[in-house]
Every structure is written in C-alpha cells, then in structure tokens.
Design a protein around this ligand. Structure first.
Ligand code: PEP
Ligand code: MG
Length: 468
C-alpha cells in the first residue's frame, strides 16, 4: 500500500495500522479501550508510540503519565502542544522507538534536548539528577520573577499571556503570574469528550475559566476542529488535505448551529464581565464579518430575553492564513484585535506540514521571510491602533521572543512552562536596542536562509538568557 501512487489509498495504510493496533489490544486485553485504565497504568508511566493524535493522549490518566516518546510528531504538532499543556515531557522523531523499548524499561525523556535514554546507566541517571536540580534552581529564579513587572530594562511593557484549553491549565495563571489567557483553545473540551458537549457544559467550563482568571483578560478562540483535531463523534468526509480542508471557521459558518451554541455559551458565561472571542483560520474579511454577525444576533437574543450581557465584547481574528496578510488594513478596521497563529502561518506560508517531522523543521521561523511577515503584521496593527498578540509556539522560546520584541511585538501568549524563561530574558533586554538591531537586519537580509545565528550572537553578547 505504501507504493500506491494515490495518496488517499496510501493514507489508508494508517487506518490498517490503527486497526491492527486495536485488534492486538483487544486480543491481549479484551474489552478495554486504547489507553489503559487508570489502575493499570504504573506511576511515572512513559508512553512510547509510533504516532499519536492529541485526543488519544488525553485518554491517559494525567496523574500517572510523565512522558511521551513518538517515532513521528514534531514540536508544533497538536499532540506536542497538548503534552506541553499537561506538563508531560514529550519527544518526537525517535526512529524505531517502539522497537528499541520494551514494556517496563527505565527511560529518561529529555523534553528540552529532544533525546531519550533507554535503560540508562548509573552515570547517565546521576547526570540527569544534576540536570533536574539545575532546572529546579532555574524554576526558582523564574518563580522569583513571577511578580516582577513584565518589562524590558528600558521600560517597554511586554505582556506575557498563557495558552490554555483545559481545566488543568487554570492554576497556571496564578503560578506563572501571567497577564491573562491569550489563547483558550476551546476545541480541547470537545476533543476529550465522547459526545458533543452540551451548551451547559460549555458554559460551565467558560465560566470556570473566567473565574480562575479573576478579572485578567481571557481570549476564547471558537472551535478550531478539523485538520488533525478530530472529534471522534463527528462523522467527517475523508479529505485529501485536511489542513487545508473543512475546518475551524469554515465549519462554523457552514454549520451555524454549532457556532451559535458555542457563542451562546460564551455570552452567557461572560454575563456582567468583559468577553473576548476570536475566530480561527479566517481567510478573508467577509468570514470575519459573517462570524461577527452571528455574535451580534446572539447579543440581540440576550437582550430580547432579558439575559445579562457581557459588560464589553471584543472580537478578534487569528492571523494564520496567508491571504489575510493582504487584507490586514480592512480586517483591522473591523476587528477589535488580532492574534498571530505562527504555527499555521508558518505551515501555510512555507507549504510545510507542521505535523510532518520530515519537513516541519526545514524552514526557520527566524528566516527573513517569516520575520518580515511578522514585522508587517505588527506594523499594520500599530498603524490601526489595534492590539496584536502572537500566540504560536515561536513566542515561547526566549531567543525567538527577543526577535519578536525586535520586530515590534509587545504581547506574547505561550504555554505555562515558557513564561519564566521568556520573562528571564526580557527583563534583561533593551527593547529599543533590540528593535534597532533586528529591524534593519530583517530588512536587509540578502538571501540569508535564517537570521538565528546573528540574533543569537547579539543576545548572548548582551548577556540575555536565550538558551532553551
Ligand atoms: C497557531 O496556529 O499558531 C495557533 C496558535 O493555533 P493552533 O496551534 O491551535 O493551530
Ligand atoms: Mg492554528
């Protein structure tokens, strides 16, 4: 089947693989699901698999699962994002991992370096004990910074926000000292459920999130399903290119009942408070307008039924489809804010599948092309006087975050574990100096594939903590 020229038939090999796995599981442990039940999973369990979707990872007992090793997978694939949110060390692209590891083997998963050690010797284990101690000291340094102002040495305020999506994320707001939630991925609730969550369940989650945020701003993103975010209970037609297919706002506009239900839940949860909602995968201004119209109709309904309304409503769009880059001014006239989804923007701009380990690392987000695009977005937002946040994975790495400050970003949203390292770098940085270095570098890069080396050298010379 691998030799089939028709990609659709070739893809079916994965289905057969999946079937074979399920069959094996059924034969060895009849009647059980894919993930072992909580009682079966040992403490400090590490799952080793060929590949895994984000929904499958959520099947495992989170109190026992400590690590994930995949033969496929890349840093910005959704399973990696979910693993990070759950604070599970995850490593991808380990060739033949399932062949190398036996059940019960001791394993060290280094989520920072992307390495694993199978049946480690005493020396390696001791080296890691030291490493863990060192990291714990760093964590202490980050904790000490928690309540320090999030500003550069020259006084530029840089808002650091959280990416979240599950109830387990909520304590991180206080722990990290984040300024709020910059991206709440509402689809995660749908992905962990075995049937479509009812309005009441959606509303309860949104209310819990707003309660936990305690007046700090929360930006809810409407359902971003499709692509690799599959809802097991929603029948979808097979698509040749699911990432470019019927997903996110496309699905929401074609199935307005689904979108209405979610907006209703958001508006009800936001009664008497400030509500921020953004739409994913917007490709043209008219999609943003159509989605905003649905919100307006739902508000009219609230008024008609005398339900409490949010005290303010801000509507925004994710900038992650390249077509929007040529409609930014028109979009910014209508949207209250924008948020750059650099994961998808990078994937679509470079035609490089974010979930395909073979190509996902091929192009550098620190390339002149990508930094020019990001710089352009920041400039247009500034000219329109509208806030812009970047909520993709690149904002979560200290060096990249410094480059983003250098092209004009003052608001970044990231996984909880990244707030400390990014803050540690930014409080030592000088924003004006970064801009004076990065902007001309980006503008004048003559054919360079990446500016990483130059920006790193600059940052290291200035004594910034930019190592991952
Ligand atoms: C992105 O695309 O950068 C993003 C933040 O959204 P997601 O990773 O959920 O697609
Ligand atoms: Mg996206």
């Amino acid at each position: 089947m691998q030799r089939q020229t028709d990609p659709y038939l070739r893809e079916r090999l994965h289905d057969l693989d999946d079937l074979a796995n399920r069959l094996l599981r059924e034969l060895t442990s009849p009647g059980k699901g894919m993930a072992p039940v909580a009682a079966e999973l040992p403490e400090n369990a590490i799952v080793v698999a060929r590949s895994m979707g984000p929904a499958a990872l959520l099947d495992y007992d989170r109190t026992k699962l400590r690590g994930l090793v995949l033969e496929e997978g890349s840093a910005s694939s959704h399973v990696a994002i979910v693993a990070r949110a759950l604070n599970i060390a995850a490593v991808g692209q380990i060739e033949n991992a399932t062949g190398l590891v036996e059940p019960g083997d001791a394993l060290i998963v280094d989520g920072v370096s992307g390495e694993i050690h199978v049946r480690p010797t005493g020396d390696v284990e001791r080296a890691y004990v030291d490493k863990v101690r060192f990291r714990a000291r760093k964590q202490e340094q980050y904790r000490a910074l928690r309540n320090a102002p999030s500003a550069t040495r020259d006084g530029a305020q840089v808002k650091l926000l959280l990416n979240a999506g599950l109830l387990v994320d909520l304590p991180h707001i206080k722990e990290t000292g984040a300024a709020g939630i910059g991206l709440f991925r509402t689809e995660l609730q749908f992905m962990v459920a075995s049937s479509m969550p009812k309005t009441a369940a959606q509303q309860a989650l949104y209310r819990a999130v707003l309660d936990a945020a305690d007046e700090k701003p929360v930006t809810f993103r409407t359902l971003d399903v499709g692509g690799d975010k599959i809802l097991p209970y929603m029948q979808a037609e097979p698509e040749e290119n699911p990432a470019l297919g019927w997903r996110a706002i496309r699905l929401g506009l074609d199935r307005p009942a689904l979108m209405r239900t979610q907006l209703r839940a958001l508006l009800n949860a936001g009664g008497g408070r400030d509500l921020r909602v953004m739409f994913p995968m917007v490709a043209c201004v008219s999609e943003f307008e159509a989605a905003s119209d649905i919100v307006q109709r739902e508000i009219a309904r609230l008024i008609k039924h005398d339900h409490p309304q949010p005290s303010s409503i801000a509507l925004g769009a994710m900038v992650e489809v390249p077509s929007l880059l040529f409609q930014l001014d028109e979009l910014l006239k209508r949207a209250d804010f924008i948020s750059v989804g650099s994961n998808d923007l990078m994937q679509f701009l470079f035609a490089s599948d974010r979930g395909n380990a073979r190509v996902s690392g091929r192009f550098d987000p620190m390339s002149p092309a990508f930094l020019r695009v990001l710089s352009h977005i920041a400039d247009r937002a500034k000219a329109a006087g509208k806030p812009v946040t970047l909520c993709g994975e690149i904002g979560a790495r200290p060096l990249e975050a410094m480059a983003l400050i250098g092209v004009g970003y003052r608001s970044l949203s990231m996984s909880p574990a990244s707030i400390g390292p990014v803050k540690a770098a930014l409080v030592e940085a000088d924003a004006a100096e970064l801009e004076a270095f990065v902007k001309p570098l980006v503008a004048n890069a003559d054919g360079a594939a990446s500016l990483r080396g130059a920006i790193e050298e600059f940052a290291v010379k200035r004594g910034l903590q930019v190592a991952p």
